[in-house]
Design a protein around this ligand. Sequence first.
Ligand SMILES: Cc1ncc(COP(=O)(O)O)c(C=O)c1O
Length: 378
Amino acid sequence: MERETGLTADIDRLLQAARARPATEKTPVLLMDKASIKARYEGFRACFGRARVYYAVKSNPHPAIITLLHGLGCDFEVSSLGELRRLLDMGIAPPRITVGNPVKAPELVRLAGSSGIDFTAFDSDAEIEKLVALAPGTRVGVRLNVPNDGSEWPLTKKFGVEADRAVELLVRAGQRGLVPEGIFFHVGSQCTLAGTWAKAIEKSWSVWQRAAERGVRLRQLNVGGGFPATYLRPVPSVAEIAAVIHQSVAAFFPPDVEISVSPGRGLVAEAGILAASVMARAARDSEQWLYLDVGVFNGLMEAVGGIKYRIIPSRGGPTRQWVLSGPTCDSFDVISNEVELPDLEVGDRVYFTSAGAYTTAYASEFDGFPIPEIRFLE
Ligand SMILES: Cc1ncc(COP(=O)(O)O)c(C=O)c1O
């Protein structure tokens, strides 16, 4: 994992705030900045005009983040019964919630249906039958498989169908008494190519048109998440991606199409910085190993799936190559096999920037190591 200098002004501000925390603060700790989340949300709002912005709760379900976004007028996308219950318990009105998961547990379908959340994704005959049985009359959108070019966390294969099948499923949903209303797609998380949305929108249009030819008139297009965060390299901004989306939608779709977006990472990743401590170090053959109190299991799962974090040490000096490891006794718990860092000592701090999404949300207490506490910067 390379380490580069050059942070965005916002991330640098967070780093300074993290460094100013008392040396006695217990780690690992995920420091989140509400002002930064607010600014990101307002950025989405400004770039997407009338479109609905659904926060993908899975990326960081902390109640304070949900409360903040709710107060700002953001809507929410859930995938599970647990997420839906959390929002309903917090008093969030069902019309502000959508269920983006095309493969839902029966209990989720039941609760969504009975609480009046009636727009959801699907991509199979079995899901149609589940919806017909447990939440008849639900408005649905088919999950279309689209290219994930430029995504550092692809989401292909597991969900979504090709165009021919998408049309058939929309027709079938209508025949079974559901209300086929739209299309959902996802270009893959951390998508660094704005043109991938353009390809996905063009593909959606072919489904839209062919569904219309079969008597199914659609209204909604959900262009997913995928908005990237800055880790090591610069990425296209929300404004740049939004411009591509608007241009592509205008090129194909009627002006009354209802667009929505479901960002997770793009709203909260850059608002978080993960502070960890060096727990141990060891020389093993020719390798130098550095063990942190956070690793793959208790916060940095994405490091093994393609996300390359920027790692900033608390101490300067000449660097060398380390194997950077988490604290558990599982050999899978390696954050990076090669990272350039100074000669760190036990107790030194290490900061992972853009750590606000899919870190604590993925974490387990495997081997007794705690999940980082989330604290909010003042
Ligand atoms: C259905 C759905 N919507 C939204 C998201 C959020 O994506 P991202 O965090 O890339 O914005 C995901 C991520 O997995 C997803 O599966």
